[in-house]
Ligand binder design. Structure first.
Ligand SMILES: [Zn+2]
Length: 466
């Protein structure tokens, strides 16, 4: 590190509007600083002056800028100021000054205050601490920027530097090829495809996540983002409709959230290969069944319940049975049901209001919740009135949102309903998708097949329509 000759000393004085005591006129600051230089035997090479008496806080200060330039140029060993608040107007000044001082081993000497010698380990430590305090203060100022973000969010505008996947850098215009990938991602997720697989598919299509390959966590971040349902959020809370176009419906997005949160009807193990894994139930204890059986033998369904583990799956009462005949039977039942003329009612008539109404209800409830906060702020409501009303409305909103999520799940039946050859469509679906269809339509309970029974008895597979 180059150290300027010890005699090269700068004095910095500043006229300000601060009411921090008397004696701070520039002439007084200057006299005191010169006296300090004389005591130390330092040679003052330049006196830099700023005048901040104009009320504008953002005014350029040529003196301070020149001070930093001279430090960076290695032309100052010492800087003298009256006190720290004369030298640095704010946290950002402090940070800049300390960073420059650290790089050049400068000593800051104050008329009021101790020296900060940034050429010694102790001085460097103090400088580090001051810098981190300054950084903290700057972060706090970030509150003001956050407020600007809030205001933009309230208007449904987008505020962020990063280009959202599926949109142009303006965040408002759809980029069709990426948008298609996002939509396919939602469909895949709702069909039970693991996040890692979606990531691989996006990578294979040449897409990147902020110039890195997609991975399960970055895919999850995308699919969780309310922007794709045309909703704007503030710190994780949906606050209303956005001005950019949605890529998927709100019900699809909510169903995806449910799946990602593990709230979907039942948790299916990742990469499950059999139709009823995680969705079929043990006819004895209602625990889910999982697939088992030795690799060289026929696949089996087994109860995953506690009783099964304690008692052993082969003990009477708990289920362990061949998988293939059960799967054939369940598939046949699904295909039969979806081939009926009234199959379309599975989509429409499930005792739910249509999704358009649900979406409107959700928007209205959000608006009412927002108004509560305003009424409270205006003193129209007391705190406890606001709390009660907020709880009531939030409860209703949660209910509507969960109905929307259900509606999103029902849409998995889409391609099967009204298909000319339901069997062909069913067979073309991956097992993940088939499993979701089964789970959407019915509850399947597997009873023990009966001792020594070789023939499949349909009555041991109990199907209950949802
Ligand atoms: Zn069981």
């Amino acid at each position: 590190m180059y150290k300027a000759p010890p005699e090269s000393t700068l004095i910095y004085v500043r006229q300000s509007l601060d009411r921090s005591g008397d004696g701070l006129a520039v002439s007084r600051q200057r006299e005191d600083c010169e006296q300090l230089a004389a005591q130390r035997g330092w040679t003052v090479v330049k006196i830099l002056t700023d005048n901040d008496t104009s009320a504008s806080g953002r005014k350029a200060r040529p003196g301070f800028t020149e001070l930093l330039d001279l430090i960076e140029a290695g032309r100052a060993a010492n800087v003298i100021a009256w006190d720290w608040s004369r030298l640095s107007r704010n946290a950002r000044d402090t940070l800049t000054l300390i960073e420059a001082g650290q790089r050049n081993g400068v000593t800051v000497a104050l008329v009021r205050g101790s020296d900060l010698d940034m050429s010694t380990p102790n001085g460097r430590l103090v400088a580090e601490i001051m810098a981190s305090v300054a950084k903290h203060e700057i972060d706090q100022k970030g509150d003001r920027q956050r407020r600007a973000v809030e205001q933009a969010a309230e208007k449904g505008l987008w505020v962020s530097g990063r280009k959202p996947f599926g949109y142009e850098p303006d965040g408002m215009t759809v980029r069709p090829v990426e948008a298609a990938a996002v939509k396919a991602g939602y469909t895949a997720l709702l069909s039970g495809v693991p996040l890692g697989q979606i990531a691989r598919e996006w990578n294979a299509q040449g897409f990147t996540a902020q110039s890195r390959p997609w991975a399960w966590d970055s895919v999850r971040r995308v699919l969780r983002n309310p922007r794709y349902a045309g909703l704007r959020a503030l710190r994780g809370e949906v606050v209303g409709a956005a001005q950019w176009p949605a890529l998927v419906s709100e019900e699809t997005w909510r169903a995806a959230l449910d799946v990602l949160a593990g709230n979907a009807a039942r948790a299916v193990p990742r990469g499950a290969k059999r139709l009823l894994t995680g969705v079929g139930l043990c006819g004895v204890c209602d625990a889910t069944v999982h697939a088992g059986g030795a690799a060289n033998k026929a696949p089996m369904y087994r109860c995953s319940g506690k009783g099964a583990i304690e008692g052993g799956a082969d003990l009477p009462g708990h289920v362990s049975r061949m998988a293939l005949p059960v799967e054939e039977f369940v598939s046949a039942v699904v295909v039969e049901r979806l081939s009926r003329l009234d199959a379309v009612e599975l989509l429409a008539d499930r005792g739910r209001p249509d999704t358009g109404t649900l979406r409107t209800d959700a928007a209205a409830l959000r608006q009412r919740i927002e108004n509560l906060a305003l009424d409270y702020a205006d003193g129209v409501l007391t705190r406890s009135q606001m709390k009660t009303a907020n709880e009531r409305l939030s409860g209703k909103l949660a209910e509507v949102e969960s109905q929307l999520a259900d509606a999103g799940r029902v849409s998995v039946l889409g391609p099967l309903i009204g298909a000319e050859d339901v069997r062909a469509v069913w067979d073309s679906l991956g097992v993940d998708r088939q499993r979701l269809v089964v789970d959407t339509l019915m509850v399947v309970r597997l009873d023990p097949p009966g001792r020594g029974t070789r023939t499949f008895r349909p009555e041991t597979v109990r199907i209950e329509w949802r």
